[in-house]
Design a protein around this ligand. Structure first.
Ligand SMILES: [Zn+2]
Length: 305
């Protein structure tokens, strides 16, 4: 669980006092996403990683901290309009503005992380278009960092691997395969994650995966069916498929194919994943739901798919 404490913070730019939740402690359960986004519960504390002043729009890690930019920076067109990006999420906007300030302060590495957080906040509200825009900007920053020779090797490797994920998440599959053809890292796990990224790029899969997905995919005893489960539960149509099954009281692969207008293999993957997750049971080729809509809603909240 996470412990939050509401605190009154005075904006270092305009002096306005506003209330912000400050994180006392949090915990995590499970492995991170391939772009290092933490699992729950920490995942849901993202709103406390940046503070924005309701009066002047200053966005910083802590509003009481002094930034190395003048107050006039907040009135620039670039800052006010987020360089022309109209975000669906205020949190994504705040992280983006925080990144603009960090960039102006020449803190490129921190700016990169703020931008990455902005893309996560876009993901959370299904602001797909802006998630791509923000990831593309983050890719650019990652490349500046990788060429700057100012970071320890470990950080360079982490950022290089996150860039691979961002290329895949923005459907730049060929670029990923080309740029990473000869890349090798110092740790085995990192090489395994990269191999997984390439495999998913070859399969044209732009969705979110966790480190656990990558590990399981290459486990020695990992059979074909297990791989199908991993791909099926991450399929962007997974929720929709479960909901159709619940509403119809059961489905066959052919019905699912027709309803979702997808191929046989993809429909099969979806039902195999449902069965593996204990959501469905198979009887004579028909997949019946083991849960109702209410439980499905709860399940989705506990374990966002
Ligand atoms: Zn302010």
């Amino acid at each position: 669980m996470s412990i939050m404490f509401p605190a009154e913070i005075k904006c270092s730019m305009c002096g306005t006092v506003s209330v912000h939740d400050e994180m006392i402690s949090t915990s995590t359960f499970g492995t991170t996403d391939l772009d290092t986004r933490p699992p729950e519960v920490k995942r849901s504390t993202m709103y406390s990683w940046v503070q924005a002043c309701p009066e002047c729009g200053f966005a910083y890690r802590k509003l009481s901290e002094k930034a190395a930019v003048e107050k006039s920076f907040l009135s620039t067109q670039e800052y006010k309009t987020c360089d022309g990006i109209s975000f669906a999420s205020e949190l994504a906007r705040d992280f983006f503005r925080y990144h603009l300030i960090l960039s102006a302060e020449n803190k490129t590495e921190k700016a990169f992380w703020a931008l990455l957080s902005s893309s996560w906040a876009c993901d959370d509200v299904n602001d797909t278009q802006n998630a791509v825009l923000v990831r593309n900007r983050a890719i650019h920053l990652a490349e500046i960092l990788m060429e700057s020779h100012s970071m320890p090797k470990k950080n360079v490797e982490t950022i290089s691997l996150i860039r691979a994920d961002m290329l895949r998440r923005t459907s730049q599959f060929e670029e990923l395969l080309e740029k990473y053809e000869y890349v090798e890292y110092s740790e085995q796990l990192l090489n395994q994650i990269l191999a997984f990224q390439k495999e998913m790029a070859r399969n044209r899969r732009p969705e979110r995966f966790t480190v656990q997905d990558a590990e399981e995919y290459f486990e020695e005893d990992s059979d074909e069916e297990k791989k199908e489960v991993i791909l099926g539960k991450r399929d962007e149509l997974f929720s929709q498929a479960v909901e159709i099954m619940i509403q119809e009281g059961g489905i066959s692969i052919t019905i699912l194919q027709r309803k979702l207008r997808i191929g046989y293999m993809r429909a099969k993957r979806l039902v195999i994943a449902m069965e593996a997750l204990g959501i469905a049971e198979c009887e004579n080729g028909r997949y019946k739901s083991k849960i109702d809509m209410e439980n499905w809603e709860i399940l989705k909240k506990i374990n966002p798919i």
